[in-house]
Design a binder for this molecule. Structure first.
Ligand code: IVH
Length: 676
């Protein structure tokens, strides 16, 4: 009998190995070569099969399995390590003449020897050092201060174009490879749109977004953000070739993404051509670049040239000129958002910039105005490089009128005159007059009726303003008191359009609670947070009764959000609005769960959840535990009955559970327990 089991297990083991290799190959085809061989669906099926097999065989666990790319959602501070070789920067040049100086300097330093140069893109992201041993990724470290950096291996593992296990020949037993982690433009735009909508601060450029993402405490969130990575520097004692270019080409064969722009060159003329070509063509690339890098190809010559304290003598960066326009600042408007945040916006004399006419530029906040030292009527430099909203990057002070006065931030709300307040630790000034400041009141109505909120057909920005001005709708609850007659007599309204609005309002009573919660305009409660909250609290009365401590106990709800919720419900008039909405029939709770499948199979059991799961999310497991009479607790103690362990359960938890003799069960065992 034993040999029969052995055979079956042997087959499973082979299948696991096969699936891991296949999935790695398909990831590489998709994320590095841009040439998928199989459909997404087929890929998912292979992945599911591997997940199932791995769940059956924890003994063949591999932390670098392609199933681990999703990232655990266990947060973690970062450990710091010293770099094996310090991470230096590059000297900058801004013209072909300066690059020529570099070539001449290098020739002299090499006693007149000729040398080849490798031209590369200078990717505008955040640099990363990857350590591989025996063909496997063992560590990923940020640049940090150049001497030591943060270990971000778990986050980096979610980047699909970074191979976790290498394939091919001539792979050195141990080596370091460096490159740039970048956030492609389309991902950058998508994330910023989402953030703008949720009134979170925008990333100024993909570089900040990439660096910020890499430092997130939650690898599952990192995985959602579509980072990519290009590698450009390999260091090790046993590299396959004696020159930079060939080593990169070898690395490409092992699975790394090496930019197609990487080119071997032999003369200054070729370098000149390369610069001219990429200065234009870079705009077609899916990722941000801020220049080119030129490196001496031969490793022997590199060694000869050595390093200064700050940078290698064998490489130089060439920075692209920024697309910049010079124009006059006509005025500054201070705009008021629905949550009261004041945004300064510069009105400019129209100027042509990379194909579009720019009339307005965001000045972000008071700190930005201060650091630019802008005066009224200044000639200002406007740039569009990397940013979605054009921004003012400097002032031509020589063109400033003698009597020009520095620009000041408003101290009072430009609409209602209330004195502004600045939230501690934030750069934004806020108008605290939430209930009488018109742009805020109208902003909340506009938000409430929006498509992703209550989706009230027939009311847009203009109508909201019209209804507000006519005195019919001063807050969101007033919408539900509207009559057909009142709407039909509004400017530009007729019977038919009034009917549409009335139907839209009636239909909005079926909008699920999670969207109602989002529609209320509670500061920091965006779409995702609202969904989370709704699922957890189930109804508005529970939410209204919760303290900051209780709220922060919910996954992903931090103190800032919790405080904002408590503040919102602490205001009498908000209660009033909620009661009126409720009376009108707006959904104030999640639909009742099917009570019939409640059991007491887990009665009296306390269960800790750890790791990530395949069949259900952590929140769903939490709900399942409660549904079957058990209690979900946060940390392991003597009183814990079970640890429901997913993938990537933290080693500290594992050790604690083992030492206290707490039973560890996987999700299949758990599901069996509750379905018995
Ligand atoms: S080589 C010792 N190559 O630019 C030389 N750097 O200003 C190490 N960068 O910190 C750097 N693209 O983050 C190199 N093709 C490229 C690059 C590149 C972007 C970044 C890198 C580095 C910074 C130096």
């Amino acid at each position: 009998m034993e040999s029969l089991w052995d055979n079956i297990f042997e087959e499973d083991r082979k299948r696991i190995e096969f699936l891991r290799a296949e999935l790695n190959r398909h990831n590489h085809n998709y994320y590095v070569l841009n040439a998928p061989e199989i459909s997404d669906r087929d890929f998912d099926m292979l992945m599911k099969e591997l997940e199932a097999l791995e769940a059956q065989h924890p003994e063949w666990d591999d932390p670098l399995s392609p199933t681990r790319r999703v990232g655990s959602d266990l947060g973690k501070g970062f450990q710091q390590v010293k770099h094996i070789h310090p991470m230096l920067s590059l000297g900058n040049t801004y013209s072909i003449e300066e690059v020529g100086d570099f070539v001449r300097r290098t020739t002299t330093a090499l006693s007149g020897e000729t040398f080849e140069v490798v031209g590369e893109m200078k990717f505008d992201g955040t640099s990363i050092s990857l350590i591989y041993e025996n063909g496997r990724l063992v560590r990923a470290v940020t640049r940090g201060d150049g001497e030591k950096g943060d270990v971000v291996t778990e986050n980096v593992m979610t980047i699909k174009s970074i191979p976790l296990v290498l394939t091919g020949d001539n792979i050195p037993q141990s080596f370091e490879i460096r490159g740039e982690i970048v956030l492609p433009w389309d991902e950058f735009d998508r994330i910023n749109k989402e953030r703008e909508y949720n009134e979170e601060s925008l990333f100024a450029n993909p570089r900040n977004a990439a660096a910020g993402t890499l430092k997130l405490q939650n690898p599952a969130e990192v995985a959602r953000r579509g980072l990519d990575a290009y590698l450009y520097y390999i260091i090790g004692d046993n590299l396959p070739c004696d020159n930079h270019y060939d080593n990169l080409m070898e690395a490409r064969k092992w699975g790394f993404k090496i930019s197609d722009a990487t080119t071997l060159m032999r003369s200054l003329d070729e370098i000149d051509e390369y610069i001219k070509y990429w200065d234009v063509q870079r705009k077609q690339l899916p990722v941000a670049t801020d220049g080119l890098v030129f490196k001496v190809n031969s490793l022997r010559q590199q060694l000869n040239l050595g390093f200064t304290a700050k940078s290698p003598r064998w490489a130089i960066a060439y920075k692209f000129p920024a697309e910049r326009g010079l124009t006059r600042l006509l005025s500054v408007s201070f705009e008021i958002g629905r949550t009261g945040v004041i945004t300064p916006v510069a009105n400019l004399e129209p100027v042509q910039l990379s194909g579009t006419v720019v009339r307005r530029a965001s000045l972000h906040n008071e700190d930005v105005i201060r650091s630019l030292d802008i005066h009224d009527g200044d000639m200002v430099y406007v740039e569009k490089g990397g940013e979605i909203i054009p921004k003012i990057t400097g002032v031509d002070t020589s063109a400033r009128a003698a009597n020009a006065v520095p620009l000041t931030f408003v101290t009072n709300c430009p609409s209602c005159g209330t004195q502004l307040v600045r939230v501690e630790g934030e750069a934004a000034w806020v108008c605290p007059n939430k209930f009488e400041c018109e742009p805020q009141m109208i902003g909340r109505i506009e938000h409430f009726v929006g498509r992703r909120m209550m989706n009230i057909d027939g009311i847009g920005g203009e109508t909201a303003q019209l209804m507000f001005d006519s005195g019919l709708v001063r807050n969101i609850a007033d919408l539900y008191d509207l009559t057909h007659e009142q709407v039909a007599v509004l400017d530009r309204f007729a019977n038919r359009s009034a009917e549409r609005v009335m139907k839209g309002i009636a239909d909005s009573k079926n909008v699920p609670f999670e969207r109602v919660l989002f529609a209320l305009s509670i500061q920091y409660v965006g779409e995702t947070v609202a969904k989370k909250l709704a699922k957890y609290v189930r109804d508005i009365d529970t939410l209204m009764s919760m303290s900051v401590e209780q709220l922060t106990a919910i996954d992903d709800i931090g103190p800032r959000i919790a405080e904002s919720i408590v503040e919102y419900f602490g205001i009498e008039s908000n209660h009033n609005i909620i009661e009126r909405l409720r009376a009108a029939g707006v959904q104030m709770s999640m639909p009742q769960e099917d009570e019939s499948d409640r059991t007491d199979r887990l009665a009296g059991k306390s269960i800790v959840i750890s790791g990530t799961f395949t069949h259900h999310s952590r929140d769903e497991y939490k709900a399942l535990i409660e549904k079957h009479g058990g209690k979900n607790v946060g940390s392991i103690s003597k009183k814990t009955d079970y640890v429901l362990a997913g993938e990537n359960m933290g080693p500290a938890k594992l050790e604690k559970a083992t030492s206290l003799g707490v039973k560890i069960i996987d999700e299949n065992a758990f599901l069996e327990m509750i379905s018995e």
